[in-house]
Ligand binder design. Structure first.
Ligand SMILES: Cc1cc2nc3c(=O)[nH]c(=O)nc-3n(C[C@H](O)[C@H](O)[C@H](O)COP(=O)(O)OP(=O)(O)OC[C@H]3O[C@@H](n4cnc5c(N)ncnc54)[C@H](O)[C@@H]3O)c2cc1C
Length: 509
């Protein structure tokens, strides 16, 4: 059998494209097989609202991509019309808080400074492969030492505070320090977005730190909107890898990896075609990679158990509304509708929503993040009409009664909630499309439909992501690697897993 490719990458999400780019720059012959008709994975205009921008370390690895970004503010909507707009700019935010939450101003900036230091420290570990625990090599010891040193270098007080807070829930921290419930609700919202935690769940703080590490270490800064939507970034990444000689096969679902004597030898597509390479990198999520592409027969019992227990049930749904006109929101200018609007007015509101979802029920008053990006970017209009993107937090993966029967109820709950802020919303709707976590699993080939291909929690992070023993982009099978959001450091449009994985692979081929 002739081996034509050095590397085959399963899936064509942004991490796969970035991984392919790094490998192709080192003259490796790479093939990407993507199951869907287009590359981009979960990062499409159908799902994604706002993104971080690629860090300099990722940008330096990919060719210049010609994409315009604009910074986005976050606006916590209030039923009373006293909306809270935070930009990440210290002077603007101070002015806003002095007006709306005067008692919280100093504490807000204190918290921002403290969390920023923690997220910077955690972020400093993101750009390399995590060390292997108990693997007595010099480089692993050195990485562990550096990790400990960076944490220690925060200074004794900060270190103690970090140790106190790391397993803490976000609600305790906010309730101890802030009076304004809207501000509490907004910060808590960003601590639980995309996760399976409530604001009172231990560990919700680490989710917030992870988010901040990807957003310029700021609570509400570093949030971007891409001109033309995220599809424009994906198109640009795709064009670049093609220029570098990477081949892309779309509509090519990979059925399994071909394994001979514990060494990967290539892949087999759903249509029976076999393609050979001694290195295969999966950008699919961990459960799909191990249980479907590799197959449980290649895993030992303990490994199988860990992968089966890997937590990856998605809790975010998406509703897209095509609007006949821009709806009027109480006390909001229409240009603000292109910003990030959040309906999450208090910690209790979030916790109640979490309780509904825990028991696989729908909340009558869901937590929403929405925007009408086409207000500022006509490229995002649909047949000349504006689109409203709404993300619904805590939409359970399995809902009691089944999603097919519950979609209409969920949409109605969203619109009833929206009406409190935009009374005429229903009369503006021309078309609507709803995507549940279940649909995300089916349509985007992500087991569980999870935002990060798996929870961002302390036992599924760093050298434990996705599971101990397979956290360095490697798998137990020689030549088989992973590069998607289920690997260190996790999901969102960062490209870091793809970049790190490529470097790990390059050490071995
Ligand atoms: C509802 C929702 C909203 C989100 N919103 C945001 C947001 O606003 N901002 C943000 O930054 N992030 C957001 N995210 C997270 C972000 O989209 C993901 O973390 C990111 O896309 C992961 O990138 P990836 O390349 O690792 O994987 P993916 O984007 O999932 O790509 C993996 C690719 O592999 C393909 N694949 C899987 N199995 C196979 C197979 N057997 N054969 C061939 N191909 C296969 C899939 O089709 C897919 O294209 C959101 C996620 C969700 C679910």
């Amino acid at each position: 059998m002739s081996i034509k490719y050095d590397v085959i990458i399963v899936g064509g999400g942004h991490n796969a494209l970035i991984c392919a780019n790094v490998l192709a720059k080192k003259n490796k012959k790479v093939l990407i097989c993507e199951a869907r008709e287009t590359c981009g994975g979960l990062l499409t205009n159908d799902l994604t609202n706002f993104t971080p921008s690629f860090s300099n370390k990722v940008k330096s690895e990919i060719d210049n991509i010609s994409v315009d970004h604009s910074s986005v503010s976050t606006i916590a909507l209030s039923e009373t019309g006293h909306h809270l707009k935070l930009t990440g700019n210290i002077y603007e935010d101070k002015k806003t808080l002095e007006q709306l939450a005067p008692e919280d101003v100093d504490r807000y900036f204190k918290l921002q400074k403290k969390l920023s230091l923690f997220s910077k420290t955690l972020g400093s570990f993101m750009h390399s492969s995590p060390p292997r625990i108990l693997h007595k090599s010099f480089s692993d010891y050195f990485k562990l030492f550096k990790l400990g040193l960076n944490v220690r270098l925060m200074g004794r007080n900060s270190f103690n505070e970090f140790a106190r807070m790391i397993g803490l829930n976000i609600a305790d921290e906010l309730e101890d320090n802030f009076k304004n419930t809207l501000l509490q609700g907004l910060i808590s919202h960003d601590a639980i977005t995309g996760s399976n935690l409530g604001p009172r769940s231990p560990g919700s703080l680490i989710n917030l730190l992870f988010r901040m590490a990807n957003h310029d270490n700021s609570l509400f800064g570093g949030i971007q909107q891409v001109k033309g939507g995220v599809n424009a970034v994906m198109k640009s990444l795709e064009e670049n890898v093609i220029k570098r000689g990477v081949e892309i096969k779309t509509s090519s679902s990979v059925k399994r990896c071909i394994i001979e004597n514990d060494q990967v030898k290539g892949i087999e597509l759903d249509d029976g075609t076999s393609i050979h390479a001694n290195t295969v990198i999966s950008s699919a999520d961990p459960k799909s990679t191990y249980l479907c592409l590799l197959g449980a027969e290649h895993l030992d019992t303990d490994f199988k158990r860990r992968i089966k227990h890997y937590r990856a049930k998605g809790r975010v749904s998406k509703l897209q509304l095509v609007l006949s006109k821009i709806p009027q929101f109480t006390n909001l200018e229409s240009k603000d509708l292109s910003q990030r609007l959040v309906i999450s007015p208090s910690i209790d509101y979030i916790e109640e929503n979490f309780n509904y979802s825990k028991f696989e029920n729908l909340s009558p008053e869901p937590i929403l993040e929405l925007s009408v990006p086409s207000v500022e970017d006509e490229l995002l209009c649909h047949n000349g009409n504006h689109i409203m993107n709404v993300q619904i937090q805590y939409a359970p993966f399995n809902v009691k009664g089944g999603w097919e029967n519950k979609k209409a109820e969920c949409i109605n709950n969203v619109l009833t909630t929206l009406e409190k802020y935009a009374p005429e919303i229903r009369s503006c709707i021309l078309e609507q499309e709803f995507i549940s976590p279940n649909d995300i699993e089916k349509n985007f080939n992500v087991s569980g439909g999870h935002w990060h291909h798996g929870e961002i929690q302390i036992d599924q992070l760093f050298m434990l992501r996705p599971i101990p023993g397979a956290a360095q982009y490697k798998t137990p099978v020689s030549g088989l690697y992973m590069c998607g959001a289920g690997t260190h450091p996790g999901g969102g449009m960062t490209g870091i897993p793809g970049k790190n994985a490529a470097h790990e692979v390059l050490k071995n081929i």
